[in-house]
Design a protein around this ligand. Structure first.
Ligand code: ARG
Length: 264
């Protein structure tokens, strides 16, 4: 008798498990159907690190805004995709592409040779040098003045590498890495770092908005910003074609006028 109950229980359990399995599978099949007759749009998964105005940040309502966001929407529209944006730490973006968790990354990411070992890049859509940002009247006006100071950089950025190189080659200072671009400016304003080292286009925004001081990094020659993809992605060519078109039809310039200050 007892045995029968046990049997019944096991049978019920396996039925339940089987049901779970099927529902999962069904989800997958539905997704695949998007390629076919379904009217649902395919989703393009993009990741960014929304701590980097004017390229990507969030407005008061938590919506993504910025140059990269507009450009990504343009790309998705042109390709007939619906865009879904995931926010991550900058340091995790390359990994997300390598694990195929997202289709592309727009995050003001410079197309360095080192990164090209792990991901593919589109053609570049913007160039920006580097800048050192300080409080006004800090008396730090050139690279040599960094001696003995604390310089903050965002983790995983080319500025982290650049700062390490300056430390080795030119002048000795302490380096502090933080997770987010916004935190860098907070650290500066609360005197926990003396200098924030970042992309010029981003630095210029903060200098103006928060009444700070900044000077150009004469040592840097960083590659331009590009869209990043998992290695071998078919999207590379498609996005390159769209970027070319955006260059020619004035869309890229329109976005630069909207979000970026003129490079002097
Ligand atoms: N251009 C720099 C780099 O590629 C910094 C980019 C930081 N981007 C961001 N969304 N926080 O390393």
């Amino acid at each position: 008798m007892k045995k029968n109950i046990l049997f019944a229980l096991i049978a019920m359990l396996s039925l339940l498990l089987a049901a779970c399995g099927t529902s999962e599978k069904n989800e997958g099949t539905n997704g695949d159907n998007n390629d076919g007759e379904s009217t649902e749009k395919k989703v393009l998964e993009m990741a960014t690190s929304a701590d980097f105005a004017p390229f990507e940040s969030r407005n008061k309502d938590g919506e993504f805004i910025g140059f990269d966001i507009d450009l990504a929407n343009y790309i998705a529209d042109e390709l007939g995709y619906e865009l879904n944006i995931q926010d991550m730490k900058f340091d995790g973006l390359i990994g997300a592409l390598q694990n195929d968790r997202v289709d592309m990354v727009l995050a003001g990411m410079s197309a360095t040779e080192k990164r090209q070992k792990n991901v593919d890049f589109s053609t570049t859509y913007n160039r920006s040098g580097e800048m050192f940002v300080t409080l006004k009247d800090a008396g730090i006006e050139k690279v040599e003045d960094l001696e003995g100071k604390t310089v903050g950089v965002q983790l995983g950025t080319i500025q982290q590498e650049g700062a390490e190189k300056i430390q080795e080659d030119i002048v000795d200072f302490e380096m502090k890495t933080v997770d987010s671009g916004q935190v860098l400016i907070q650290e500066l304003k609360s005197n926990r770092i003396d200098v924030a080292y970042m992309d010029k286009a981003v630095a210029k925004g903060y200098i103006k908005e928060q009444d700070l001081f900044g000077f150009d990094d004469p040592t840097s020659s960083s590659p331009g910003m590009a869209v990043a993809f998992p290695k071998g992605s078919e999207l590379v060519d498609e996005v390159n074609a769209i970027l070319k078109e955006a260059e020619e039809n004035g869309k890229l310039q329109e976005l630069k006028d909207k979000w970026l200050e003129e490079e002097e």
